[in-house]
Write a protein that binds this ligand. Sequence first.
Ligand SMILES: [Zn+2]
Length: 496
Amino acid sequence: MTFDLLIRGGTVADGTGAEPFVADVGISGDRIHAIGDLAAADARDVIDAAGLIVAPGFIDVHNHASSQAEGGILNIPSADNSVRQGVTTLISGNCGGSPWPIAEHLDAVAELDIRQNYGLMVGHGTLRAQAKVGHHAIDDEGIARMQVLAAHAMDEGAFGMTTGYFPDFVTTDEIARVARPIGLAGGVYASHIRCEGPRLLEAIEEAIDVGERSGCPVQISHIKCYGVDAWDKAQQVLELIDAARARGLNVHGDRYPYVAAFSGIANVVPSALRVEAAKRGGLEHLRDDDLIDQVREGSIDYIRSLGGPDKLMFAPLEAIPGLDGRRLAEVAEERGQQPWDTAVDLTIDGGVSCMFFVMKEENVQTFMRHPAVFAGSDGHLRVFGKGVSHPRNYGTFPRWVGHYGRDLGLFTVQEVVRRCAAMPAEKFGLADRGLIAPRRYADLVIFSWDRIIDCATFEDQHRYPEGIEHVILNGRSAVRDGETQSGGFGRVLRLH
Ligand SMILES: [Zn+2]
């Protein structure tokens, strides 16, 4: 037997959660062919993995690589910031928005030299826009139109449907009924829930309800307690999830291992007021006499819920002078304004990206520990060194493994590998990936358990992780000896 690639002497954490074992892994073509003592085998190429962990490639089912603007795979097919984390598969389309038509986008991606496997979910907001049901609550006929499009998306290979950022007039009934054809076709319902703050528990209940009514497995996207009003609710969230699982619902959460969210300054202004201002012709109408009191009140309350204006940090590398990496408290003082006033000004001026330090470390760990929670970056693709970012874009998976697994002792190596590869693969129906086993695709990450660590910080975000030596994608080297390799051998994935 001559293998195309032989990985010699590594410690295999195969994704099942079983105790790691020393073995060789033989790869033929794009598949794993044999695992064991292969000392007698020949190979065209050999990687010496002695002292390293050989694991299934990490699978990121929560990301924004489908973005057709900045940070999407169409613009950045090399995806270095994700590949260098050991991520070999992305499932995108999260938080309610996706490209459309699904097949057209997937075909366009297939034309590129992509360096990861790539699949897509369809956004509920996208279905709404495509069904042209209007910006209001809809009737049976509108729901039927969306159902047809949802079924079509599944026919074109979608892995499920996502929701997020939907207006209050979108009812639970609408989401559950539109999700029916998704569930019938075996797709997941991934929910950026209606509210992660004061109405967190109701929103978790709603996502579970949608799952039970639609037949979809449920994925709670970036599970969190957003803001000080929700900080004491983590245990109750997990009790709701445990109860649903006990009733037989397939429900999980994904978590990026950081305490700050990444979004626009506009979040500081209640969304209904932004919609109203836009209707009047532009965000400058936020300062209209009949709106300004509500804008002030809403913005002050939002900043209070963060824990104060020093919990909002303008993204490093932000192009607007004087903001780059600084806190709202400091910038407002410099401008001689109240923090809410500065935030509203910046919203009107076109917005700016921010880190919102809205989470409590203890809650992040509580969620990560829970057996139904696995890794997911919520990240974007980035060109190294360029533009605003969030450390999760470079560090999510090595931070799960190195910081939380090894350093804080939350997980054994075998358990954290399961959380980063096998669990998301199983949840999303990636039957041939996520485990090291014969006949599975040869998607692997080879890393040092002693050295693996994220290096990107909130202040210095464009930093590759350390300790990840090799990434193998469909049997080919995407990262070799810590260096990215040229060539695109990622595949477009379709659920059916
Ligand atoms: Zn989201």
